[in-house]
Design a protein. Sequence first.
Length: 446
Amino acid sequence: MSDLPRRAVTRSAKLATLPLGFAGRAALGLGKRIGGKSAEIVAQEFQQRTAEQIFKVLGELKGGAMKLGQALSIFEAALPPEIAGPYRATLTKLQESAPPLPAATVHKVLTEQLGDDWRENFRSFDDKPTAAASIGQVHRAVWHDGRDVAVKIQYPGAGKALLGDFAQMARLSKLFGVMLPGLDIKSLLAELRERIAEELDYLREAEAQHAFAQEFHGDPDFRVPDVIAANEMVLVSEWMDGTPLSRIISDGTKEQRDHAGLLFVRFLFCAPARVGMLHADPHPGNFRVLDDGRLGVLDFGAVNRLPGGYPKVFGQLTRIFNQGDMETVVTGLRQEGFILPNIEVDVDALRAFLAPYVEPTAVEEFTFSREWLQAQAASVADFRPTNVVRQLNLPVSYVLIHRVHAAGVGVLCQLGTTARFRDEVIRWVPGFADDSDPNAEPIPVP
């Protein structure tokens, strides 16, 4: 894996402004009603324009707001059907596209990063990006040796914007503390900031991507394009064609969606065991279904380093929950930090809350659906004092694992996948298989 020249970029991100405020859009809608359009049609048009404006603003911010938009795009399956329509397609666009940088700005970044002779690295370079996301955009090019490559370029000022957005969010920590008294919010925010900073380092991303590419080279299920060259803000890797997972979600047959969903889960579960890392940004824009049926995987800026694979206690507690021993489950959750020492939980409420999430590991075959996700979203969003969610904590060591599982469930519900997920857990998650495992350490109950 070769290196590109290292140069610093210290430019600020441009912020977008709303060209037409709420009042202006409302007045426009009223004018159309007076002109003869029905209230229903006007409402639909208003929602569509609002959705398009969300896409434009989040895309142009190129910082934390864009990442938030991508997260929302995964969970559009949780939106009630009556309001989901206009937002579904718009949020889906955020998974792999956003308003691009002008070509002149792209050239300026490449000059600052690679030098005035940056074009000598390429036989050709397409100024129009093929994909644009939260902190960078991708251009197709031909490397100087004739290979087709993807050139990922970080937006000028993206790091400053992303960390600035995070600082703004951190100011809401007191509010989070009131809503979720069982959460150690200070430790959680410190961990999140560190993980965000890692995503800005393309050299670190290149190392992770190369490790995945080496492990999955020639694999029958997966393909990861290898890295060709990298520096802090430019990453060049092998080009990979394929059908975006978002298109499988929208247009795929049931067979195609089931196949893609199973491989998606298999990749997330097997990577920690095989590579010692978990791909921690599993939104559909980062996955392609190749012509030979394999799942192609992109974007390794966010990874969770798990040299020993998934924590064994994760599999153990899942198995013990399925066996009905809630006393041991609660003890294990306390030991892992999911329940803080000064917090008491309603065991029956905890069982009811966890059951839907554990169910895919308890049955031979399971179907994820939008209706299922809508029910779970409603339970999590209930902030009444009696809701057991308010008593739970997220330990810092599980921040990225939780991010992956939550986002992964959203993708599976978009796909509507039916598959034998339990088999993947048995194969790849330590501690889940059975009680007779001689290496399984029992969880002590006081």
